[in-house]
Design a protein around this ligand. Structure first.
Ligand code: SIN
Length: 290
């Protein structure tokens, strides 16, 4: 059973967000190895709330890596040059004078084109702009549960096709939009590979079902003609991104955010031209979606 009430937590304070999706977690220090009971409660809160914000966590990169490894082994991050000497840390940096679209500016679940996409992404804010730069999350489990039983039954046997081609392919967005980007993105024919995953996946910890598609990485549905797949996916993307399923995360410097890619999508909003935004990101390996 999931621990949803604060009384269920002995070592940490878990404050659910007002949207009923996501929570803020305080009363712990992520810079040190977490005691077994604290780690178990963090994992329980993460299962219950999917997006956890830990404010005021001044972590070094070593400490960010160490916290990540307490959640599981690192995931593999393709197509983006990692930080020098830190193969598992990405620096998401956008300079004040950058004109290129900000990284992550489309709804997606991280690396869903991989055979085993990451379970968690962990993002720490170093420098946050005074305006804009929010990250939006959608609750793909609640969105699934809001569908009619007839629609759920129709979606149940479908396999969605995922690919990194749209952003990272040789004709992808990043291949044509290279001007003045600080982050080093590696476009490649590798990105054109496809992977199929259940369109509705079951969370391995909670058993909850969630829609597992995104406008950035889902390129079709197995066995359906393109216009048929487009109609279904178009409906699902609109359904998923309704206000009722969204949590808007407003950053402050020194926050750690950990989200579950198995039951959420996210979108990095821009709106901070003229200001530096600097984040460090790691991923935790996941499993074959089922
Ligand atoms: C991402 O990981 O997609 C970017 C999130 C962000 O920069 O807010």
């Amino acid at each position: 059973m999931l621990m949803e009430a604060q009384s269920a937590y002995r070592t940490i304070k878990v404050q659910p967000q007002e949207t009923g999706f996501g929570a803020e977690v305080t009363g712990l220090d992520l810079a040190r190895p977490l005691a077994a009971e604290v780690l178990a409660e963090v994992k329980a809160a993460w299962a219950a709330h999917a997006v956890l914000a830990f404010p005021d966590q001044p972590l070094t990169l070593d400490q960010l890596e160490a916290f990540t490894l307490q959640m599981g082994p690192f995931g593999a991050d393709p197509f983006i040059k990692p930080m020098p000497g830190r193969p598992n840390v990405l620096e998401l940096r956008r300079e004040p004078d950058e004109k290129a679209t900000n990284f992550g500016a489309g709804w997606h679940s991280d690396w869903s084109f991989q055979p085993e996409p990451p379970s968690a992404t962990i993002l720490r804010s170093e420098v946050t702009p005074p305006v804009g730069g929010d990250t939006l999350f959608c609750d793909a489990a609640r969105a699934y549960e809001a569908l009619s039983p007839t629609m759920q039954a129709m979606l149940a046997p479908l396999q969605a096709i995922h690919s990194a081609a749209r952003p990272y392919g040789t004709k992808g967005i990043f291949a044509s939009e290279t001007a003045g980007r600080t982050m080093q993105i590696i476009t490649s024919p590798e990105a054109e590979k496809t992977e199929r995953h259940p369109l509705v996946r079951t969370h391995p910890v909670t058993g909850r079902k969630a829609l597992y598609v995104s406008p950035v990485y889902t390129v079709g549905i197995e066995g359906l003609a393109e216009p048929e797949a487009e109609a279904i996916l178009g409906f699902l993307f609109k359904h998923l991104t309704q206000e009722a399923f969204i949590y808007r995360h407003r950053w402050r410097p020194g926050m750690v955010l950990m989200w579950d890619n198995r039951c959420t999508m996210h979108f990095a909003e821009g709106g901070y031209d003229g200001h530096l935004r600097l984040m460090h990101r790691t991923t935790v390996a996941g499993e074959v979606p089922a």
